[in-house]
Design a protein around this ligand. Structure first.
Ligand code: ATR
Length: 287
């Protein structure tokens, strides 16, 4: 029997998720349908879309921009949240909470939220051979993308995490909020990281800002050193990576993170483990 999946967003027309999940399904011989679902950017529409989807027999949904926080708020009062979703404050994966359904809960009160973005980053970084255990890591950015990857990085055994942001108060708020999860987090502004004491101290620098969507560039000092540089954006020229590649760092864009987070959602929904390297080859793209 065909299992139905959907990715909900606005805009959604360019989402690669349908092709990615079809490749996964082919790999494990599952019959699935995976569609893009546009939704107007308001809570009422979002609620109507996800409830109609699960009432209609949908097996699982991905949620993308701008609905990740809305999905979090919905699941918080309905079917529950995973620890990763709670810490991230955002949901990218929806599924039905079978335990609640078995206890007689209606479908709308059993829609459960997880977040696979951060674990997707960690599994991609690990697959590149970049060692996270004991690593000193800097994240640039303090928005939703940064928040979503912090817990999985800590779980991977990093020893130090510096959150650097243009608006330093946002980095400080994030560090304070996540201090319950770890005492390894500190905050600074981009200029401090770029120019002074922290020079040369990082093993991995991750760009989690949205700057890649614009023509602007981050104020990175020529003195700032890292062994590895990762940009969560992909599919475009990334000056952040060019900056560090020119200084001898190994670099990666975020395409592999996209595939790994998708694989984790797929595994959560279907119980099938995906060979991600094989899937990337089948998709004909780079990691
Ligand atoms: P996302 O969900 O992608 O994280 P967001 O929550 O809007 O989006 O966060 C965007 C991040 O990119 C923020 O950390 C933002 O910095 P500010 O908090 O100072 O706004 C960062 N960002 C966006 N444009 C930037 C720029 N031109 N220079 C530096 N940082 C930028």
């Amino acid at each position: 029997m065909t299992q139905h999946f959907v990715v909900i967003g606005s805009p959604i027309v360019h989402s690669k998720s349908p092709q990615i999940h079809q490749v996964f399904a082919t790999q494990v011989s599952l019959d699935i349908s995976y569609q893009r679902q546009y939704c107007p950017d308001d809570e009422g529409s979002f609620t109507a879309v996800i409830e109609a989807f699960f009432h209609g027999g949908g097996a699982g949904a991905n949620v993308t921009v701008p609905f990740k926080q809305m999905a979090y708020a919905y699941c918080q009062v309905h079917g529950g949240l995973s620890e990763h979703a709670k810490i991230a404050g955002a949901v990218n994966t929806l599924l039905l909470n079978r335990a609640l359904l078995d206890n007689g809960a209606p479908i709308v009160d059993a829609i459960y939220g997880d977040n696979t973005d951060g674990r997707g980053l960690v599994t991609h970084i690990s697959s590149l051979g970049w060692v996270l255990t004991g690593a000193r890591v800097a994240i640039i950015g303090a928005g939703g993308a940064a928040r979503g990857v912090i817990l999985p990085l800590i779980e991977a055994g990093i020893t130090q995490l510096t959150v650097a942001n243009r608006t330093v108060s946002k980095a400080q708020t994030l560090a304070t909020e996540l201090s319950a999860a770890s005492d390894k987090i500190s905050a600074c502004d981009i200029e401090i990281c770029a120019t002074s004491d922290l020079r040369g101290t990082f093993d991995i620098i991750i760009n989690a800002t949205s700057i890649g969507l614009t023509d602007a560039t981050l104020p990175l000092s020529t003195d700032l050193q890292t062994r590895y540089a990762y940009d969560m954006m992909y599919g475009r020229a990334l000056p952040f990576l060019e900056h560090f590649a020119a200084r001898g760092a190994q670099t990666s864009e975020g395409y592999g993170m996209l595939i790994h987070q998708a694989a984790l959602s797929f595994e959560r929904w279907t119980g099938h483990t995906i060979n991600v390297e094989q899937a990337i080859l089948a998709l004909g793209n780079k990691s």
